[in-house]
Design a protein around this ligand. Sequence first.
Ligand SMILES: C[S@@+](CC[C@H](N)C(=O)[O-])C[C@H]1O[C@@H](n2cnc3c(N)ncnc32)[C@H](O)[C@@H]1O
Length: 216
Amino acid sequence: MERSAGAAGVPEHSDIGAQKNRVVTKEEWLQKWEMRNIGFHKQQGHPLADMGHSVVGVEVSEQALKEFFAEHSLPYCEEPVPEISGAKKLQSTSGNISLYCCSIYDLSSSIVGKFDGFWDRGALVAVNPCDRQRYASLMITLMEENSSYLLVTVSYDPNKHEGPPFYVPESEIKSLFGSHCEIKYLEKVDDFSERHRQWGLDYFLEVLYLLKLVSD
Ligand SMILES: C[S@@+](CC[C@H](N)C(=O)[O-])C[C@H]1O[C@@H](n2cnc3c(N)ncnc32)[C@H](O)[C@@H]1O
């Protein structure tokens, strides 16, 4: 069966079509930022640091990081990351926002520590499908005991659009994180817009989950 009902009526496609083998390279991401092909970008940031948290992020595009600080009128300083060749850390002068400019796969808990909260928007859905297991395993190593991991995935018919964002079925969330985390489906949000219609889609949902590390 190609399509069935998953969490709270979110359609589940067992065949992810051509997405399975699709690879978006670092160079393609850098080019998207250069060409402003960034329909995923929200003008308003998510107010995590404003709520008193210390926020750590990672992004391959230095341009994206510099634009973030400029858009929020935040002064920052830069320093190399000795453990990662060519990487930089851009840190707000106030000290509570640290953004690493490197591939996420270069990070480890020995470099960035562990975290008690995660906000995964535009991240797992941007990871090449062949790298999902590597990404999920890394995230699990960065989770502090009792941490909360808020994950946003997207749901649409993967035979109609090649991604990114990539379609991540609920069954895959379970196979990626289920042996280490309790997974709670929170809600689905209709995010369908003209952009998605132009991709040839007739529905586009954001699906939110809360993951909690289960102690062994
Ligand atoms: C869909 S965008 C989402 C960006 C941001 N999280 C947001 O919600 O607006 C995915 C981002 O991941 C970055 N990216 C792609 N591969 C990466 C990697 N291996 N390590 C770090 N960042 C990466 C891209 O440059 C791009 O800005």
